[in-house]
Design a protein around this ligand. Structure first.
Ligand SMILES: Nc1nc2c([nH]c(=O)n2[C@@H]2O[C@H](COP(=O)(O)OP(=O)(O)OP(=O)(O)O)[C@@H](O)[C@H]2O)c(=O)[nH]1
Ligand SMILES: [Mg+2]
Length: 308
């Protein structure tokens, strides 16, 4: 089956709302909500196709766009590769264009709408930030003050990777840290490599070892993420239905000096196969974000970069 290339725009207004539009009932995946866009025509770049489609469908002019995620999906009757872009700068008032009803919704309301199957990772990508901070316990006495530093920088996604602390100390940490994260509108995930698994936080981040030992997605977790180092782990994470992954190490790091880094080229190859949002991890700083996004990553994960 040939692969249909599609340019898709996640249009965001200054209030942070996202534009969705209802597909005509007589179209492929009709009656479901979608992000505006359409098929790339011969000789067009992705950006040109995006501009043309959003002009045709919404009567807006795209002034700037940046890659969000690329997803390949195989429906029973066709295969599509959706190249999804953020569109935050545009002129014109998005209207119904010719045909489709539109709606502006907050990112966390997107789960209430029915989208085509291919869109699940797009919705996840829209809801996730570009930075993922990993809070470790290399200096046990600084864990809470490091979390405060991370939150003060506006980071909205944090993994507590507390491999040294006792279960009781972690319990105390969670009782202070989780309300603090909530006040800052940040999600807190607990690394699976801890003594007790039942902390009341937003979800779990699986080590690659724990991932490969599971036969299904952990239950009762709003967010499930996993660490992956190769294609087999990535595909296994997708198979059990994790929401997003971290692929590491991209570059050499102090924390994992014994492991050979993947390098950006291999990271890019892995991302091109991914069906979920991917954070790059390993020896990176915030200045690597534009390049990581350019090659298809959701963003950057780091331990040290958010503490300096
Ligand atoms: N625009 C868009 N297409 C999507 C989304 N999700 C998804 O699976 N698709 C699929 O991508 C394919 C291309 O989309 P399209 O029908 O909008 O293409 P188009 O605007 O060029 O087509 P048309 O001129 O026939 O209406 C369809 O098979 C559609 O089902 C999405 O969120 N937005
Ligand atoms: Mg379309």
């Amino acid at each position: 089956m040939s692969l249909l290339q599609v340019a898709v725009g996640v249009v965001k207004n200054p209030a942070g709302q996202i534009l969705i539009s209802l597909r005509h009932s007589d179209l492929h995946q009709g009656g479901l909500w979608e992000f505006p866009g359409g098929k790339v025509e011969a000789g067009e770049s992705l950006e040109q196709a995006l501009r043309r489609e959003l002009k045709e469908e919404l009567a807006i002019d795209v002034l700037a766009s940046k890659p969000l995620i690329t997803i390949e999906h195989h429906y029973s009757d066709r295969s599509v590769r959706l190249h999804v872009f953020w569109v935050e700068q545009f002129s014109g008032r998005a209207n119904h264009g010719h045909k489709q009803p539109i709606k502006w919704v907050a990112p966390d309301e997107l789960n209430h709408y029915a989208f085509p199957d291919a869109n699940k990772p797009i919705v996840t990508a829209v809801q996730l930030p570009v930075y993922y901070a990993i809070l470790d316990d290399a200096e046990p006495a600084s864990v809470l003050s490091n979390l405060e530093k991370i939150l003060a920088q506006g980071i909205k996604l944090v993994q507590a990777r507390l491999k040294r602390l006792s279960a009781a100390t972690i319990q105390d940490f969670v009782e202070t840290a989780y309300p603090l994260c909530q006040q800052h509108g940040a999600l807190l995930l607990m690394n699976s490599d801890v003594a007790d698994k039942n902390y009341a936080v937003d979800g779990v981040h699986l080590t690659s070892q724990h991932l490969m030992a599971l036969d299904q997605r952990p239950v009762n977790q709003r967010w499930v993420a996993a660490s992956c180092h190769n294609l087999a782990e990535l595909q296994y994470a997708e198979k059990i239905g994790v929401d997003f992954v971290v692929i590491a190490p991209v570059l050499a790091t102090q924390t994992h000096a014994d492991i050979k880094p993947l390098g950006w080229a291999e990271f890019e190859t892995l991302v091109s196969h991914a069906k979920v949002p991917v954070y790059a991890l390993g020896g990176l700083s915030t200045s690597d974000l534009p390049y990581a996004q350019q090659i298809g990553a959701q963003g950057i994960a780091a331990i040290r970069a958010f503490l300096d």
